[in-house]
Design a protein around this ligand. Sequence first.
Ligand code: NCD
Ligand code: ZN
Length: 342
Amino acid sequence: MDRLTIRRPDDWHLHLRDGAMLSLVAPLSADMGRALVMPNLVPPVVTGAQAAAYRDRIVAAGFARPLMTVYLTEGTDPADLIAAHAAGIVTAVKLYPAGATTNSGSGVQRFDAIRPVLEAMEEHGIPLCVHGEVTDPDIDVFDREAAFIDRRLMPMRDAHPDLKITMEHITTVDAAAFVRETGIGATITVQHLMANRNDMLAGGMRPHFYCLPILKRRRHQEALRTLATSGATNVFLGTDSAPHPTHVKEAACCAAGCLTAPIALAAYAQVFDEEGALDCFEGFASLNGPAHYGLPPNEDRVTLHRGDPIAALPALERGETVVTPFDPGRPIRWHVEGNGGC
Ligand code: NCD
Ligand code: ZN
């Protein structure tokens, strides 16, 4: 198969930032119908009113159909969440363990404190998106996802069996097995499917591969590729495209996040092609996510074809803001039609 027409995909995990960065990156996700936009701004998006205002800024910056999240804190007011969800302003709530990743300082430290909010979400059908890593300094950074499953996610599921959960950007054999066994939702990024820690660390340290959860060993990458392309209906596209200015990535202390939006759809198609699973691509990219969130799939279609490898993209600039798009360092032969031939 060298040409594929599928319902238009959605991105179920996207960072658009704010201000100049927002106007630079919002158009890069034009292939996606909708995007679930992460709330880890500085300061974070913590109320329904802030989510509505952020949604308006995103639309003004050129991304037409954002779906909003709010950032769960120990002070979140369940009544505000319930009202914002009922009004269609907020699609999901994002849980960051405090200190786990970029701008997670306002996240959750005492998990007992959020029990009432989780109970309210469970009762009102408000989905929870989880950054699944513990922050215990005694746990090795490569083991933080597996530890989170045992220490936090399993107890959370037992305590809130009807809560709709998405484990975001899964990176390990352990998470893949957990997602298969439990049927909870999961997103998988471009970089975790296309790369492993050797790509980041062997022969020199490549900051544009650094994200959280960190890239793992190859056997973990293989488990993710197998799961993504298996036809499992609870696993779906979430790029976690997360721009940082180039000088912040190429620094002594590099920020976590990869700007994958410009190549994301082509790169996912490349992975499904390599795995001989293009017949499962529409499910992963366009059907499973909407079904998980109780939304209809997009009506319009997008066509991709296989051709020459796409060229690595140059740095993108707007005023003072410069960002470097993620380059997997391996050929991507798929092209999304109708977007200038990229
Ligand atoms: C994300 C960011 O930069 O906001 N970074 C990342 O490495 N993935 C935050 C996140 O999703 O963890
Ligand atoms: Zn993210």
